[in-house]
Write a protein that binds this ligand. Structure first.
Ligand SMILES: [Zn+2]
Length: 137
């Protein structure tokens, strides 16, 4: 079975140049690391009652879990419901995910952290810094 990898259009050059010349080149190494390789999560507060009721077929509880990035301090709160029906395996359905980013993490022109065009530029900026470091030594 063939897998289809979604092709994304690269950012227009002028938009990319603005990003690299501005926010991206000023991004700290640790923020750049997280944008390139994703966050290094650890559980700050494991699943606990979310403190509200949710109606739904088989829904027994709403729970919340808070995780924090060891590298940059980004904080993520996941809210899920527990679904338990007779004769079916129990499961959890995510209701929401909220991120709280440290100051300076979000770039002015790249507000969406997972924007694929920005991700490509992040990797390119990482390469540029590595090359600058190795040629300087
Ligand atoms: Zn991080």
């Amino acid at each position: 079975m063939a897998t289809t990898k979604q092709k994304r259009k690269p950012l227009p050059r002028n938009q990319a140049e603005q990003l690299v010349a501005g926010d991206l080149s000023n991004l700290s190494d640790k923020f750049l690391f997280c944008r390139d390789l994703r966050h290094n999560w650890h559980v700050e507060s494991n699943f606990h009652d979310a403190g509200f009721e949710v109606e739904g077929d088989g829904v027994t509880q709403a729970v919340e879990r808070i995780i924090v990035c060891r590298n940059c301090g980004t904080r993520r709160t996941d809210v899920s419901v527990v679904v338990e029906r007779p004769n079916l395996a129990p499961r959890m359905e995510k209701l929401s995910t909220a991120y709280k980013y440290p100051k300076g993490y979000l770039m002015h022109r790249g507000q969406i952290p997972r924007d694929i065009g920005v991700s490509q530029l992040v990797r390119y900026e990482t390469l540029r810094r590595v090359l600058a470091e190795t040629s300087a030594s």
